[in-house]
Design a protein around this ligand. Structure first.
Ligand SMILES: NC(=O)c1ccc[n+]([C@@H]2O[C@H](COP(=O)([O-])OP(=O)(O)OC[C@H]3O[C@@H](n4cnc5c(N)ncnc54)[C@H](O)[C@@H]3O)[C@@H](O)[C@H]2O)c1
Length: 295
């Protein structure tokens, strides 16, 4: 264990799977007490228990943080358990469909507005009063898709572009309170979302996202968590309103450069975290969560 977040308390939304699990475990290794937040069916209890077993501090919060009262309850839980809140990681998100816009399911769009946009807004709103007390910070999950035009993925990209703009606004507005706000914007990451067997991508799209990335591979959840760690830590004390791309170069390039990378350089680094839920992500619309407000 190291101590880049010693004495800090963090909430990680979407902490039970994929990139979120890696953020939780990375932060705990660095001395933070972590609230592992996710839907009740996500393995949030497991991740919290694995952290505690490894000698860290963590509790699970099971709820839907796109709802105001559950977002507020999540923040209250952090303060009740650990006395304060220093870091909010808005990592929760969903990716339920790919299709051209004329065929994009309206329900999938509404589902992303709810879980990508409302979650980020509700948690940020609920956390800010606590972050004022600690001069804390927020890091939210943006995306390459919120920056570039990605075919058959346009509504998802729109929800991520909201988060980019929202964090920039929060950064400007909250600087006078000593609160920083930034985004980590991943390219393709090795979670359930980017495999045709477990997410909404076709075989063609899966091939394109890897070949279109100059490094010729997906990133690992831990590689993304490393950048969350930097931004959430005091090392980033002069960084606010920034979009940090963790994307193997995809937003910087044009064409299938990834296909030129020799296979030995396409190997993902092993990392040091004990990750068990990287493929336990959420790529379908939950049956209990049909959202009709905008319909
Ligand atoms: N995987 C990628 O290639 C990629 C690329 C760019 C950006 N991102 C972003 O990174 C984040 C994590 O992606 P991932 O691939 O690890 O996904 P994932 O599905 O593995 O994990 C996301 C978790 O968030 C939870 N969640 C979603 N809405 C929630 C809500 N309202 N309340 C509580 N929990 C909720 C899900 O149930 C899931 O457990 C997302 O915000 C995504 O947009 C991912």
């Amino acid at each position: 264990m190291m101590n880049r977040l010693q004495g800090k308390v963090a909430i990680v939304t979407g902490g039970g799977a994929g990139i979120g699990e890696a953020i939780c475990k990375k932060f705990a290794n660095e001395g933070a007490a972590v609230v592992v937040c996710g839907f009740p069916e996500d393995p949030v209890q497991e991740v919290a228990q694995e952290i505690v077993k490894a000698g860290g501090r963590a509790v699970a919060f099971a709820g839907d943080i796109s709802k105001q009262e559950e977002a507020e309850a999540c923040v209250k839980r952090a303060v009740k358990e650990f006395g304060q809140l220093d870091i909010l990681i808005n990592n929760a998100g969903v990716f339920p469909a790919t299709a051209t816009i004329d065929e994009y399911p309206v329900e999938a769009f509404q589902y992303m507005v709810k879980n990508n946009i409302y979650s980020c807004f509700m948690m940020t709103r609920a956390a800010i009063p606590q972050l004022h007390k600690t001069r804390g910070n927020i890091v939210s999950a943006g995306s390459e898709a919120g920056w570039m035009g990605i075919a058959e993925n346009t509504p998802y990209g729109g929800t991520k572009a909201f988060i980019h703009a929202f964090m920039k606004g929060v950064a400007t507005e909250q600087a006078k309170e000593g609160v920083r706000a930034n985004c980590v914007c991943p390219g393709p990451v090795d979670t359930a979302w980017t495999h045709k067997e477990t997410g909404p991508m076709s075989a063609k799209m899966e091939k394109q996202i890897v070949e279109g990335t100059p490094m010729g591979r997906r990133g690992t959840p831990e590689e993304v968590a490393n950048v969350y760690l930097f931004l959430a830590s005091d090392e980033a004390s002069f960084v606010t309103g920034a979009l940090y791309f963790v994307d193997g170069g995809v937003t910087n390039s044009k064409g299938p450069h990834g296909s030129e990378v020799p296979s030995k350089l396409k190997q993902e680094p092993e990392g040091e975290l004990d990750l068990r839920h990287d493929m336990d992500g959420h790529a379908e619309i939950r049956k209990q969560d049909q959202w009709k407000h905008l319909g």
